[in-house]
Design a protein around this ligand. Structure first.
Ligand code: PMP
Length: 362
């Protein structure tokens, strides 16, 4: 019996994908070996890589003028790779500072360029300031956002995104914790990046979606394995990729397709998030502190009436088969990460547990 695992990442993977991987673990696709024992240059693996890319292109409707790159180093390596690929020393770039992951991206970019913080700052903001307060710089090479702050569950939504797109600058988005959760128009972004370990597959892989005109500008001293051109020119196989993670990511994309694509999973995700926030809001017991119109669909944070109840809540939740609900230490409280692989029954079970806990601990 598998528990419902609310971990922020590495996170739950779709059970159907895990079961398929289990059945073909020793003999993948009639090759009489495991997919992770085979050369990444073999025709079989090259076909898998092509299929994986095509499936991702299909589910996200990625336009032809975008490259899809499969890279090492997680999302964090892109915090450095972005300025190294897109700027020269002395350039200015615009960053929103909406939480821990934005701040980390900013700190890394500051090693290479002048960073203008458009808005935000402070510790764990629970709200993105109103667009009237934003201060873009005239000469920014790009605008960077973390589209979903995983620790607090603070997410950029359409009206604000539209103001950002309207600046006419290349927009770069860290979508590590909300990629594939709903339909987006890729063509509005210059570059999207995401670590795999939430909505894509196991850790050890990051996916970049890069508009082709952004290639060819890397600094001469940009390390080869951070240079997007090198990945684009070598089918993301300049060196040996994480073949196991590629395989599982491919299975996740195929699973998404079989469900009916992103619009189908988005409808489920919306229901899961709405049900959980609705329960929290009307409980009069639990509290979510994020601005109402910026609440994440993927990471739902909530506080108990008293911090002293936290350990009992976590212990009893674990006994009920509801795992990894502890909030990030930087923010406290609880966090339920409800990525694509979390079934609706998992959220229903969490709400039922929360209701019973509140009744028992008035
Ligand atoms: N960005 C966001 C929004 C994240 O949630 C995380 C990881 N939790 C990262 C970046 C860093 O990812 P990685 O560990 O893959 O470098």
């Amino acid at each position: 019996m598998r528990s419902f695992n609310f971990s922020a990442g590495p996170a739950m993977l779709p059970e159907a994908v895990m079961r398929k991987a289990q059945t073909e673990f020793l003999d993948w696709n009639g090759t009489s070996m495991s997919v992770m024992e085979m050369s990444h240059r073999s025709p079989e693996f090259m076909a898998l890589a092509k299929q994986m890319e095509n499936d991702l292109r299909e589910v996200m409707a990625i336009p032809q003028n975008y490259h899809v790159l499969f890279v090492h180093g997680g999302a964090s390596l892109q915090f450095s790779a972005i300025p190294l690929n897109l700027t020269q020393a002395g350039d200015t770039v615009d960053y929103f500072d909406t939480g821990v992951w934005s701040s980390k991206a900013i700190a890394e970019a500051k090693r290479y360029v002048n960073v203008n913080v458009v808005a935000g700052g402070g510790e764990n903001p629970t709200e993105i300031p109103d667009a009237s307060q934003w201060k873009f710089s005239a000469d920014a090479k790009y605008i960077h956002i973390c589209s979903n702050e995983t620790i607090t569950g603070l997410e950029f939504k359409e009206p604000m995104l539209d103001v950002i797109f309207a600046q006419g600058k290349p927009v770069i988005a860290d979508m590590s914790s909300n990629i594939l959760c709903r339909e987006i128009d890729v063509s509005k972004y210059a570059m999207i990046y995401a670590g795999a370990q939430k909505n894509i597959g196991p850790a050890g892989l990051a996916i970049l979606i890069v508009r082709e005109d952004l290639l060819g500008q890397a600094r001469s001293d940009c390390p080869k394995l951070m240079n997007w051109d090198v990945y684009a020119n070598n089918e993301s196989m300049f060196n040996t990729p994480n073949t196991w993670a590629w395989y599982l990511a491919g299975e996740v994309f195929a699973w998404l397709k079989s469900l009916g694509g992103i619009s189908a999973i988005a409808a489920i995700n919306q229901r899961k998030a709405q049900n959980l926030y609705h329960y929290i809001d009307q409980s009069g017991y639990y509290r979510n502190t994020i601005a109402l119109d910026q609440r994440s669909w993927m990471n739902v944070t909530f506080m108990l009436p008293s911090e002293t109840l936290n350990s009992a809540f976590l212990a009893e939740a674990k006994m009920a088969g509801l795992l990894s609900l502890k909030g990030h230490k930087a923010f406290g409280g609880m966090r339920a990460s409800i990525y694509n692989a979390m079934p609706e029954e998992g959220v229903d079970a969490l709400i039922a547990f929360m209701r019973a806990f509140a009744e028992k601990n008035p």
